[in-house]
Ligand binder design. Structure first.
Ligand SMILES: [Zn+2]
Length: 260
């Protein structure tokens, strides 16, 4: 049984002292593919290095995260866009991400909107899928996306509201869920409602989860088998069947062939 982590941040500073170990653990846990999402120009450059270091295992999604908009300079935005254009068509550069809108950063709302719009336009122009952060902004984002012809959409860590989830499913968007599937009834309800053919697994590592069984441990891709087990419980299926379908979803969404 093979697994995938469709949303992780391997270029995060928290992993810098232990990345080889994280990769070994991921492989030992049968994780066959990792999509490392960048947050800004620096992590985009670092992510491209990781893709070269771990070919066939690590894939890159490049973009500007809404949290990083705060300190973003025009030149950095321009260089990030150039970098994405240059690497479009590379076998391992497979999406624009992580991009989106976050209601917790209202003081920079206009700038968030402007940058998100630029990223969506770029995804549209380059024919790349987009991986989207939508904390507290799902309704607005699902509405906004109707104005863009982005190749495919992945809403990462979707939590609510269910009305926006129904619309997203109708439009054929994909949803990733991670560790909260194990302890959160709300996320289990989302997993229950999303057709298995639109579902993917993620860790969003190195984010920390403070509920049991995680208790604040740094998240790594080795958590994925436990997440698949929880999804299988929710779906009333075997973990093998769920893992196989999720790997197929990964191949369909990112248009790659995995070493399964
Ligand atoms: Zn993330």
């Amino acid at each position: 049984m093979k697994f995938v982590d469709a949303h992780v941040h391997l270029s995060d500073i928290e992993y810098s002292d232990c990345l080889d170990e994280i990769i070994v653990d991921a492989k030992e846990s049968n994780v066959a593919a990792l999509v490392s999402n960048s947050m800004d120009l620096k992590t985009s450059i670092d992510t491209l290095k990781l893709v070269e270091e771990y070919p066939g295992l690590v894939y890159a999604a490049l973009g500007i995260h809404p949290w990083n908009v705060q300190t973003l300079k025009d030149e950095e935005l321009m260089k990030t866009k150039e970098l994405i254009e240059q690497h479009t068509g590379d076998k391992s550069m497979i999406a624009i991400g992580e991009i989106g809108l976050d209601f917790k950063y209202m003081s920079i709302w206009d700038k968030q909107l402007a940058v998100f719009t630029e990223m969506l336009q770029l995804a549209e122009k380059l024919g790349l899928p987009a991986i989207i952060h939508s904390r507290g902004t799902t309704v607005q984002i699902v509405d906004m996306l109707s104005s863009y012809k982005v190749r495919r959409i992945l809403l990462h860590w979707f939590s609510n509201p269910i009305s926006a989830l129904s619309k997203a499913i109708e439009k054929g968007y994909y949803i990733t869920e991670g560790a909260p599937t194990i302890y959160s009834n709300g996320i289990r309800d989302v997993v229950r409602r999303v057709p298995l053919t639109n579902l993917l697994t993620e860790t969003d590592g190195p984010v920390r989860f403070f509920k049991a069984p995680f208790n604040g441990a740094r998240t790594t891709p080795a958590f994925i088998p436990a997440i698949v087990k929880a999804m299988a419980e929710v779906k009333g299926m075997t973990a093998i069947d769920v893992a196989e379908q999720i790997s197929r979803n990964f191949e369909d969404f990112f248009e790659v062939k995995l070493n399964l």
